[in-house]
Design a protein. Structure first.
Lengths: 114, 205
């Protein structure tokens, strides 16, 4: 599905460009509990993101690209869903990106690939 | 392809991000493609025609498309650890996206092409002055040939001695992996030096 070309992005977000949560492009999102009645009440863009997040864990950037919803709009819509308890986010993506334990694990993982 | 939904209550994987920056047409998308398990997601297709009169691309090679928006790849390192690579938009008119991409990044690689170093001046400048994300510079070996000594490149870029400068081949998976390892190792060193500095400041109080 792609974004509705007839609706301007700010209409979908009620004019908002920010969310309460900080959502990085690499923040992971999942919707473990899918509620069809809730999904039916969502705008198509939000529904598409909610459904895709239920299908599997993906980053904000992947959800945006795969649902064809612009990144800024994706952030606001995912922020709303998360604030309403409909989504889980990986919170550690929001803490220090220089955590030595994590960086060392990534380095080891990369070396195993090479 | 998406991951299977995590079991009830299981924590989501950890995600780490590295930014791949550099001027227009220096090989960022190539680098991301060399290691990503998903095709790099981008909006290149429509730029092929639309940008013809707008963006100058080096004409000696066969690059006919360019990246207009975000451009990223993913590497699953283990079930609970994902590495994302985000290529920056090459054109100066997308600067504001750089801040967004750098937020929360663990490291950065600025790619340069020695045939036109000036294409990456702005990117080096950005990482030196406008962000705290530690970065390294990768000299992309187009056609696998190193045409300039690394010292000369460092000189020409006026690059601080503290910034690692390495040669890499953006088409080669092994070389790209090594480049990413160098970037993260540098980030670890910078982070531990900063932590030691803070300790020192506290001790002197």
């Amino acid at each position: 599905m792609t974004a509705n070309p007839w609706v301007r992005p700010y209409v979908l977000t009620g004019g908002r460009t920010r969310t309460r949560q900080t959502l990085h492009v690499h923040t992971l999102v999942s919707a473990p509990h899918y509620d069809p009645a809730f999904a039916a009440r969502l705008l198509p863009e939000a529904r598409s993101l909610y459904e895709r997040a239920h299908d599997g864990v993906e980053s904000v950037a992947e959800l945006s690209a795969n649902c064809g919803v612009p990144l800024g709009v994706t952030r606001v819509l995912l922020g709303d869903l998360a604030a309403g308890g409909r989504l889980e986010l990986n919170a550690e993506a929001l803490t220090s990106p220089y955590d030595p334990r994590v960086l060392k694990r990534v380095i080891h993982g990369l070396r195993d690939l090479a | 392809m998406a991951f299977a939904t995590s079991p009830e209550g299981a924590p989501l994987p950890t995600s780490v991000k590295i930014v791949v920056a550099g001027g227009f047409g220096v090989g960022k998308t190539t680098l991301v493609s060399a290691v990503s398990e998903i095709p790099p997601v981008n909006t290149e297709a429509w730029m092929t025609q639309a940008s013809k009169t707008v963006d100058a691309v080096y004409t000696d090679d066969d690059k006919t498309t360019t990246t207009v928006a975000m451009d990223f790849g993913r590497i699953t390192l283990s079930q609970d650890l994902l590495l994302y690579l985000f290529g920056t938009p090459g054109q100066a008119r997308f600067w504001q996206m750089w801040d967004d991409l750098c937020r929360g990044a663990s490291g950065a690689v600025v790619l340069v092409d020695t045939r036109r170093l000036d294409a990456s001046f702005a990117a080096v400048n950005y990482f030196e002055n406008d962000t705290d994300v530690p970065f390294i510079v990768g000299v992309n070996l187009f056609d696998g040939v190193q045409t300039h000594a690394l010292d000369e490149v460092r000189e020409a870029l006026r690059l601080s001695k503290n910034v690692p400068l390495i040669a890499c081949d953006a088409r080669d998976r092994q070389s790209v992996v090594q480049t990413l390892v160098t970037a993260l190792t540098h980030s670890l060193e910078v982070a531990s030096a900063n932590a030691a500095g803070e300790q020192g400041t506290l001790a002197r109080r």
